[in-house]
Design a protein around this ligand. Sequence first.
Ligand code: GLU
Length: 486
Amino acid sequence: MPTVRVRFAPSPTGELHIGGARTALFNYLFASAAGGEFVLRIDDTDLERSRSDYIDKLISSMHWLGLTWDEGPVYQSKRLGHYTEAAERLVKEKKAYHCYCSTETLTEGRSEAKKENRAYLYPGTCRDLTEDQEESYRSEGRSSVIRLHTPDEGTTVVKDIIRGEVDFENKYIDDLIIIKSNGLPTYNFASMIDDLQMGITHVIRAEEHLSNTPRQQLCAEALGYDLPIFAHVPMILAPDRSKLSKRHGATSVEEFYSEGYLPEALVNYMALLGWSPGAGGEEEIFTLDEMVNRFDLNKVTKTAAVYDVTKLGWMNSHYIRTYNLNKLTEAALPFFEKKGLVQSPLKEQDYDYLEQVIAAVRERAKTLAELADISDYFFLDSFDYEEKGMKKHFQKENAASYIRKAAKLLQSLETHDKEAIEALYRSLSEELGISMGRLIHPTRMAITGRTAGPGLFEIMVLLGRRKTVERLEKAATYIENELPEQ
Ligand code: GLU
């Protein structure tokens, strides 16, 4: 057995949330750093809420993030025999018992506790039933759950790498249900049994499970197993420190994918939610391998991490700028298709064109969706002119005639390349006695509809001579016919 064996255990009741993905990442980093093993377990014993399409999505989200696992997926639903076997053993050893209390009785107890303003704890009614009592309940057709007999006194201490020792007084822990009346195990029981039977050495999971841990430890103790080491990673909060939810934008890995984030950027960003590599702290860009080399659970903070979409955008733009161009084009293609700018399968020359467009605009986009948004004029001949650009550049004196002059000269330029076009614009501006800007700004508006973008001459080369000239002519006609004389 390796010295480190961890697991990520999502419940397939929804898409993989950024919190879950960050837990998976920390497990992955910890296992990889220690040369250990990473198991993927699917906690699917909640048969009503678990869905197979969520399992497929979870797995594809993990693949997309590049978080590979060594074993699994292991499905809890296929291990039900292990849980009943363990529970029956505990019943035999009198460490657990069948409880026949009806839902009504329990609800009554709960509402009384509420009235008296105290927390409800199961009073242990069925702890010491005789065989005869049990027999008679069964013959009445009463169903039962199995509860663990927990100690009434003393303290259960959770040893946590991130939080140190956390004490839980046993008097506040009631006899928890380990097997429900439908025969299925509860989360606490199944989870602990799996962790123990699968040789998990470190349980790294969300902080929200900290209060479950003493209950799981009591299960482990009753079964006579050694405990794994725990590490509860801090919550991820929204910028206003509320619970992160849909109203804060994308929260699931799938949503980040569809908004055009790159997996490396998301992974890099998530790693810094709660972990800081130390020494200086100003370094922020890490590849997965670099993170593996630096990751240390002792440097994960106790305090909640705050999700900051601006920072994620900054990080994503960094990756967009520095990504291998071919890989970036592959990743961006679906976004260009979605906007109707290209259609798969692309011919080789169209693919090359797309790649060149992306190379030209990649400096300016925070997401792949934005990359497609700001590139539309490279693919569409018809677009609107930006309002403020029209006022500023089209409504200037002689704008139309300057544009026509440039178009005419471009038409007969020997080579349609950046240097030649730039030289042409330079000499035309000298000839007309105007600044380069008086030519360049309306030209940009004419061929892109926008006031900002990549280098103008580069755009003109990419579009080619025919389209450039056509767009200039079209804009000149538009100015003459549609815009009132200044
Ligand atoms: N299925 C639980 C969850 O998704 C797993 C918690 C754990 O890691 O034990 O929250």
